[in-house]
Design a protein around this ligand. Structure first.
Ligand SMILES: [Zn+2]
Length: 277
């Protein structure tokens, strides 16, 4: 990791740990994760913005497999596809990046939010607690009729009715093509107030995640007038996106870079140290 990145992160963490600072003034850390975090756990991505790696499954393209229209026209195939993904993700385990982010959340003195594009539950399995799944969860079902969200561990039966209203066939609780991501109010509020935005393993090919670094960066223009420190917008990605909003870039895989960044943050002396700038 570049020394400048490390020292800035450590200083950001150290500043928040100053004992006299009110909790409300403590630095807020936001983490945004994408497929690159789960890749080392063997979880493949199928919804990655239609790039060249976009897969097909039994002759169906991603849009047919992950849209309300596709579900209406071929419900059995769409459910079978997601059943396979659910079984794969149920068999996967968190890797070192998930573990490090959970440790960071547990030890971070200020506010924290982890927003993920991933539909697996590896962050939770590693111990993360403040997690927003912007694209939903493969381990939840959704009733299109009444909006009920319910746990879904096993395969989904094509004719299964909603456990709440008994009506329309239930579907996975995922943000399919053309649908609104989940809980974006919370995500935007965190981006607006964060002092560090750590973006890990995101191709930033999909809205609205690709807009979040810019939102954080824009705050840098007005924060100095408010007397707040400048927000660090950090990218961890073996193939950097070249998004101009990032103030630091670590061109490395999540499972090796994140544990090192977190270890350095957590090793910072209480409010008094960190390496020289
Ligand atoms: Zn229902």
């Amino acid at each position: 990791m570049p020394a400048s990145l490390l020292s800035r992160l450590v200083r950001a963490a150290a500043g928040l740990r100053a004992p006299r600072r009110a909790a409300a003034d403590a630095p807020f850390l936001m983490v945004l994760t994408g497929a690159g975090v789960s890749a080392a756990s063997g979880v493949a991505t199928y919804r990655d913005g239609g790039g060249p790696g976009r897969p097909s499954w039994r002759g169906m393209d991603a849009r047919s497999l992950a849209s309300a229209d596709g579900f209406a026209s071929a419900p059995r195939a769409v459910l079978a596809f997601h059943d396979e993904r659910r079984r794969e993700m149920a068999a996967a385990g968190p890797n070192a990046a998930h573990a490090a982010l959970a440790a960071l959340e547990a030890a971070w003195p200020g506010g924290f939010l982890l927003a993920t594009q991933n539909i697996d539950r590896l962050h939770e399995q590693a111990g993360s607690r403040r997690v927003v799944h912007m694209h939903g969860s493969i381990f939840e079902g959704l009733c299109p009729a009444c909006g009920l969200v319910f746990p879904q561990e096993g395969d989904m039966l094509p004719d299964a009715a909603c456990p709440g209203c008994g009506r329309a066939p239930a579907r996975p609780n995922l943000c399919w093509f053309g649908e609104r991501p989940r809980r974006m109010g919370e995500v935007h509020a965190a981006v607006d107030r964060c002092d560090v935005l750590l973006v890990v393993g995101c191709s930033l090919a999909v809205r609205p995640a690709n807009l979040l670094p810019s939102m954080a960066w824009r705050n840098n223009r007005r924060e100095p007038r408010l007397g707040r420190p400048v927000c660090r917008v950090v990218e961890v990605n073996p193939t950097p996106t070249r998004n101009g909003a990032f103030t630091e870039v670590v061109a490395e895989a999540a499972e090796t870079a994140v544990p090192r960044i977190v270890a350095e943050l957590l090793a910072a002396p209480d409010g008094r140290g960190g390496p020289a700038a």
